[in-house]
Write a protein that binds this ligand. Structure first.
Ligand SMILES: [Zn+2]
Length: 279
């Protein structure tokens, strides 16, 4: 019903999400350990400071092919009363590139901006579960991607949450990546939880956004995997068709002009509606 869409989605502004994304991109390339990465962390935390959430960091030193690199994931907890948790994550780092020209507007920027607007929307929406928003560091690989080079922040957080018992409280974890493309098309990611896939696709359809959630299937390695591997009900929302033949992906063409407020609004409103249904 429209009423549900209004309650859970209407407060999410795609225009605001795009502004946050622009701000993130304005710091320049943001690979782990860089000054720009730290400045973006400070900006994210300055935004969260005005909201009713508890902010913490998961700082660690990652062993990478280029040596030890300091990384830090930011976690905002909007407390509920049920003892259960819903987690929405996305990465804020950008791919380390020798030339340093990679803007990462969609890949790193869009997830950062969407999560910042989601924080503002959740701040004013009643919920019974704890809602966690997580800005992951170190999603990108240093050089060639592998299961041990990339997803540094999510692997570290999954370990930490396994040890402190948090994983057992998670009803659902939804990761977002590359969701700002003007030509939005979210894949049916086949590693993801089938029940969560159905919930998200049905919700999108019920609020008029079904056409952006595709039937195309693909298996993606992304920040949801370390949680899935530990038995968490997890899903990755990713549009992996970015420009003709995906040519904007991981290139200097991943710039802010390729993004739209509408795409961010579609994903943000669907997430708000899904969070509402999960309560
Ligand atoms: Zn990437």
């Amino acid at each position: 019903m429209l009423a549900g869409a209004c309650v859970y989605g209407a407060d999410f502004s795609g225009t605001a999400a795009l502004e946050y994304t622009k701000k993130a991109v304005s710091f320049g390339p943001r690979p782990p350990g860089s000054d720009a990465n730290k400045k973006l962390q400070a900006y994210i935390e300055s935004q969260l400071k005005t909201l009713r959430c508890q902010v913490s960091g998961d700082a660690f030193t990652a062993q990478t092919p280029v040596g030890p690199v300091a990384m830090r994931t930011i976690i905002a907890k909007f407390p509920g009363a049920s003892g259960r948790a819903v987690v929405i994550s996305g990465h804020f780092d950008t791919r380390p590139t020798p030339g340093g020209l990679f803007a990462g507007a969609n890949d790193g920027g869009s997830s950062t901006g969407l999560l910042l607007e989601l924080a503002h929307a959740i701040n004013t929406t009643p919920h019974t579960d704890d809602i966690y928003l997580v800005w992951l560091d170190g999603e990108e690989a240093f050089g060639e991607w592998s299961r041990t080079n990339g997803t540094y922040g999510s692997r570290h957080l999954a370990d930490k949450w396994s040890q402190d018992g948090m994983l057992g409280r998670i009803k659902a974890l939804i990761n977002v990546d590359m969701i700002g493309d003007k030509d939005l098309g979210i894949l049916w990611e086949t590693n993801s939880s089938p029940t969560l896939l159905r919930l998200v696709w049905e919700t999108a359809s019920s609020i008029g956004y079904g056409r952006y959630f595709l039937g195309s299937r693909a298996a993606m390695e992304d920040d949801h995997l370390p949680f899935l591997e530990r038995g968490v009900n997890a899903l990755d929302l990713i549009d992996f068709d970015y420009g003709p033949n995906n040519q904007y992906w991981h290139t200097e063409q991943d710039t802010i002009d390729k993004l739209s407020a509408h795409s961010l609004e579609v994903v943000g409103r669907v997430l708000m509606a899904v969070i509402g249904k999960l309560q």
